[in-house]
Design a protein around this ligand. Structure first.
Ligand SMILES: [Zn+2]
Length: 370
């Protein structure tokens, strides 16, 4: 696997911010956050201007020698090479920083800087950023439609709570990162500036269940009922009602590929529902017997873009099986489209949170509670 950052316009900066301090103890949103982007790279390709490597407290300017270069594992450290240039580093990690502008990944600038570390024989890649910038980046990635500020504040509280819960539950280990994500803290996408403002306006506000942080989640649209409450608000979500057709032969082929020893598929029935009416298990009859499949497994087999939620009904005959459903996502926690519509009707973010998280308290995060 190769992670390449080469951009035609070059890339740079991401100075270790003065505000980035130790992340050993996330006390507030000015704390550092180490986001692991990958852990099994053979090589990291970098390019641009004004890039420095920081290793063992010393700073080395790289691209005076090479505009594009590659970082490779070498013995217990690293080799950097490019255009006849070669330099070895013996430290277990190196930081890639720049004083010239924002570092970019796939042309989009991101907050903070990169850390490359040795992960066995491979390389691991970390975006060292701060908590607040990362939250704003997640918000600009996750908001939908023309979401109003009250919806975004509610979402900010939910994302923050989920992240702090994850950090609190993280087992003591020697991982050089705090969390994993596929993407760095992009600052150049969507409405990042607006999201940062929302994050600051709700700073340190989280959901508690008694004295514990709540395991807060969110999804696109619940289809009428979340795991906790009825939701009459999300019908305006795009593609709210969806339909998926499949022939029995095609479904049988997919099940065979997944390891089911099924022959002559006849029909599909609903087997188990959750308390809120979602389908958790299906019963499939075939010439050689009965089979059961969990909805989640069926979704990963068929694709969550086709079976978009577990709120559906099944009908059909020997020629075609039809699944008609509502909403999109797992239905747990905050319904984003429901929140967008509540915001448009004049509800405040605390109303939205009360609606989707009944019994939870909106409070300021305190490190002593965990
Ligand atoms: Zn909903």
């Amino acid at each position: 696997m190769l992670f390449s950052f080469i951009n035609t316009d070059g890339f740079a900066l991401g100075r270790p911010s003065e505000e980035v301090s130790s992340s050993d103890n996330i006390k507030n949103e000015r704390s550092a956050l180490k986001v692991q982007l990958a852990g099994d790279l053979n090589s990291v390709k970098l390019g641009g201007i004004g890039i420095y490597i920081v290793s063992g407290g010393r700073k080395f300017s790289i691209n005076n020698a090479a505009r594009e270069f590659e970082v490779l594992p070498y013995k217990k450290g690293f080799m950097i090479r490019g255009h006849g240039y070669r330099k070895l580093f013996k430290t277990a990690s190196i930081d890639v920083v720049s004083l010239a502008g924002s570092l970019r990944i796939r042309m989009v600038p991101f907050s903070g800087y990169l850390r490359i570390y040795r992960s066995g024989k491979s390389l691991g890649l970390i975006n060292v950023t701060d908590f607040e910038n990362y939250l704003a980046a997640v918000l600009s990635r996750e908001y939908e439609g023309r979401a109003g500020n009250e919806m975004l504040k509610a979402l900010a509280v939910v994302v923050r709570t989920g992240l702090l819960k994850q950090l609190a539950e993280k087992k003591e280990n020697n991982d050089p990162y705090d969390i994993k994500d596929d993407l760095p803290a992009y600052i150049g996408e969507g409405e990042y500036g607006r999201m940062l403002k929302i994050v600051r306006e709700t700073r340190n506000q989280v959901l508690y269940e008694g004295k514990d942080l709540y395991h807060a989640m969110y999804h696109s649209s619940c289809g009428g009922s979340t795991d906790k409450v009825k939701c009459p608000y999300c019908e305006a979500a795009p593609g709210f009602v969806w339909r998926f057709d499949i022939t029995p032969d095609e479904l049988e082929r997919k099940l065979l590929l997944d390891g089911y020893k099924i022959r002559g598929l006849k029909a599909v029935y609903i087997n188990t529902k959750t308390d809120n009416g979602r389908i958790s298990r299906l019963h499939i009859t075939a010439a050689n017997g009965s089979f059961y499949i969990d909805t989640g497994r069926l979704q990963s087999l068929i694709g969550t873009d086709r079976i978009r939620s577990s709120a559906f009904s099944v009908s059909g005959n020997e020629k075609l099986i039809t699944i008609i459903g509502k909403g999109s996502g797992h239905g747990m926690g905050l319904c984003k489209w429901g929140s967008i519509m509540m915001d448009r009707r004049g509800f405040k973010y605390s109303d939205i949170l009360n609606k989707y998280f009944p019994g939870m308290d909106l409070r300021y995060y305190s490190n002593e509670n965990i």
